[in-house]
Design a protein around this ligand. Structure first.
Ligand SMILES: Cc1ncc(COP(=O)(O)O)c(C=O)c1O
Length: 409
């Protein structure tokens, strides 16, 4: 059993061990993982790393002490709000990830509803089956009941089903831009209209699309409005550590106005150490993640993000065309950086295993059974190799019996 060494080990020996341990990991640089990584080039990585190291010790809990971090965070938030058409009243803050952004949006919505109706029942969260499990996690931790509604045939959320599921205890309705399983953007305008009609908070989960869709749209991808331009949208989560290409531990959460934003924070003053206030679930926050976000956003600028988005979009199209030639259909109409594909004619679980034997970590979807990719620039050079291996895996897979797909992270 591992115990703390009695005496410390010298750094060179530890460094060698760290390097050795990583050899067993999947070759993410070779595009072998279908998610987890958002790579936009070594130059971007270097900017993120350098900025992170410069503020490695500083703590985002102490913005009074670190005016630098306060400035970086407020500029990151302002840049994000600009992309999402926040308007002059909109506010926001950085969090440590998509899950934290979602937790805090749910908390703000729940607390607002309770303030407005103190005798309300158990608060409910209404969302399509494709919304991220972080909403169920938040509901579980914070005492809400999650209600899931079915998808339409094109895998987008069904605004009518969502509208019909709203009750007097509904505190939040969710739409995704895009949802992770199929990469399709929900009809945010229609969902927001259903929410507004009942005076319910509407959250757009743009953890994936927040820093990708605005650039894809500038490149000509046609999407119905999905951000604060939609009148009923109350809050939006957008992850910097995904398509912002910043260091992990960075997301943003935005609110239409200061009142709603105030619901994100938490204040306590019954403590011998005095007043305690945070906008986040966590207390201590890595200064490095805040500095890296600021640096990467400024390093890339709109032009840089557009250049990368163009390549990611081209990679998705190449993959989509390649799988179509093999008789696999893309599920729905994914217009951004995620796609899922499959066919009831094939054993998708066996094909995934065949890919794994060829050195790929296969990403799966279960409904319908298929394969899944959240793309970045590591995938760009290996599309051909992947398609060759996919064809070989399809040829190996049993033709008759189809096993169930089990999709694990
Ligand atoms: C749509 C969506 N929302 C939320 C999250 C959660 O983000 P995180 O893993 O940063 O907590 C993810 C993660 O992939 C996601 O795809």
């Amino acid at each position: 059993m591992t115990t703390l060494p009695k005496e410390g080990v010298a750094w060179p020996a530890l460094k060698a061990q760290l390097q050795e341990a990583g050899k067993a990991d999947v070759d993410w640089r070779g595009g072998r993982v279908p998610m987890f990584i958002h790579y936009a080039g070594d130059d971007v990585l270097e900017v993120a790393k350098q900025a992170y190291l410069m503020y490695f010790s500083e703590n985002g809990l102490g913005l009074r002490a670190f005016a630098s971090l306060e400035r970086f965070e407020s500029e990151v938030v302002a840049m994000g709000l600009g992309l999402l058409h926040g308007g002059p009243l909109a506010r926001g803050a950085m969090t440590t990830g998509g899950t934290e952004s979602i937790f805090l949006a749910v908390k703000a919505a729940r607390d607002q509803a309770r303030r407005q109706n103190p005798s309300m029942g158990t608060p409910q969260l209404v969302m399509a089956t494709s919304a991220h499990p972080a909403f169920d996690k938040a509901a579980h931790f914070m005492g809400l009941t999650p209600i899931r509604t079915p998808l339409r045939a094109d895998f987008t959320a069904d605004p009518e089903a969502i509208g019909a599921a709203i009750t007097s205890d509904t505190v939040m309705v969710v739409g995704s831009a895009p949802a992770f399983p199929h990469g399709v953007v929900d009809p945010i305008g229609e969902i927001a209209a259903a929410a507004s009609a009942r005076d319910v908070w509407m959250h757009v989960d743009a953890c994936v699309g927040g820093y990708f869709a605005p650039f894809a749209q500038k490149l000509g991808v046609q999407l119905p409005d999905w951000d604060f331009r939609v009148p009923g949208v109350t809050s939006i989560s957008a992850d910097l550590h995904k398509y912002g290409y910043t260091a992990k531990g960075a997301s943003t959460l935005f609110f239409r106005d200061a009142d709603r934003f105030a619901g994100m924070g938490w204040y306590f003053d019954q403590w011998p150490r005095g007043q305690y206030f945070t906008n986040t679930l966590v207390g201590t926050r890595a200064g490095g993640a805040i500095a890296a976000a600021w640096a990467v956003m400024n390093y890339l600028g709109e032009a840089g993000y557009c250049r990368i988005a163009e390549r990611v979009l081209a990679t998705r199209r190449a993959l989509q065309e390649g799988v179509a030639e093999m008789g696999l259909a893309t599920f729905g109409n994914p217009q951004l950086s995620i796609l899922a594909y499959g066919s009831p004619e094939h054993d998708m679980a066996a094909i995934g295993s065949g890919l794994a034997r060829r050195g790929w970590v296969a990403g799966h979807v279960t409904e319908p059974p298929g394969l899944h990719h959240m793309l970045n620039l590591t995938h760009e050079p290996v599309v051909g190799q992947y398609l060759d291996d996919l064809a070989a895996a399809m040829a190996d897979a049993p033709k008759e019996k189809r096993g169930p797909v089990v999709a694990r992270y």
